[in-house]
Design a binder for this molecule. Structure first.
Ligand code: CP
Length: 312
């Protein structure tokens, strides 16, 4: 089976069958990273460009590792080192990259919709590595993979997402992805961090963290964007931590088998206490490990899903 579209732009455009296909493919890919020689020839001869306009540790590195483990030729360019700084438009940049015949372009951009624009402009497959406050589908796919691996299912689980929902592309994609796969999602934040219309995506809303934690199978903490304090979204970091931070006292009220997630980067001691981030319920580093497997699966599937004869 193959994906219907050439691009991976958001969770809305993936069907449940396609999501299952990606997760199953990723589960199969994971073993490659445990081998002494972590490389298969599956994407030999394919070219993957990683174009990141915003900083990234996890996403960029895991895409690069994923491409290399599949034997694709991958290269990274950033806004600062490209001719964008000389005034070249994004579309002209894309056309010039396209003229070099890449197979896949992975793009992160601060403006929502840029991956969609490039997907329409380019013959290469475009994968959204995060666009503005809109979507981060590959993060959601690795979150789904990690929860499914730990719980054996997504259907019927209760996910609480706590933090700055309004400015989070992870929250938007996770609400769409987890509800599509049958989970119940509750979001929790101060009213200034809950966007209008969030219920239309299928999430319930609470402003009390105790209510969000109560009965949740999975708790996803989001980074507080400290630079937003000047926008008066919260009064002080200390007050935010007091009312919305996940600490040991609050975690005692959670289920015994709760899973704690965070997409990173974390503000330790603000949205999440260090004892929890590094504690027994945390699956934060499992998320990062699965990021490589999910991105290997995506590169493989958008490239046509055809295994090289000697790929195993
Ligand atoms: N989760 C995530 O997107 O992390 P990076 O910004 O480090 O890629």
């Amino acid at each position: 089976m193959q994906l219907r579209q050439k691009d991976i732009l958001d969770m809305d455009s993936l069907s449940t069958v396609e999501i299952e296909l990606i997760l199953d493919t990723a589960a199969g890919m994971k073993e490659i990273s445990l081998r002494p020689i972590k490389k298969v020839p599956t994407l030999r001869g394919k070219t993957v460009i990683l174009f990141f306009y915003e900083p990234s540790t996890r996403t960029r590195t895991s895409f690069d590792i994923a491409a290399k483990r599949l034997s694709a030729d991958s290269l990274s360019i950033s806004a600062k080192t490209s001719s964008l700084v000389k005034g070249e438009t994004l579309i002209d940049t894309a056309r010039n990259l396209e003229a070099m015949n890449p197979d896949i372009l992975v793009i992160r951009h601060s403006s929502a919709g840029v991956p969609h624009l490039l997907g329409r402009t380019m013959a290469a497959s475009v994968i959204n590595a995060g666009d503005g406050m809109h979507a981060h589908p590959t993060q959601t796919l690795l979150d789904l993979m990690t929860v499914k691996e730990k719980k054996g299912r997504i259907q019927g689980l209760r996910l609480a997402i706590i933090g700055d929902i309004a400015h989070s592309r992870v929250a938007r994609s996770d609400i769409v992805g987890f509800t599509k796969m049958g989970a119940e999602v509750t979001v929790c934040a101060p009213p200034t961090m809950i966007p209008a219309g969030i219920n239309a995506l299928g999430a319930s809303v609470t402003h009390r963290i105790e209510e969000a934690i109560d009965g949740a199978d999975v708790i996803m903490m989001l980074r507080i964007q400290l630079e937003r304090q000047k926008d008066y979204l919260f009064s002080t970091v200390r007050e935010y931590a007091k009312y919305f931070g996940l600490n040991v006292r609050r975690l005692q009220k959670a289920r015994d088998d709760v899973l704690i997630m965070h997409p990173g980067p974390m503000n330790r001691g603000v949205e999440i206490a260090s004892e929890i981030a590094d504690g027994p319920y945390s699956i934060i580093l499992d998320q990062v490990t699965n990021g490589v497997a999910v991105r290997m699966a995506l590169l493989y599937l958008v490239a046509g899903g055809v295994r090289h004869a000697d790929s195993d």
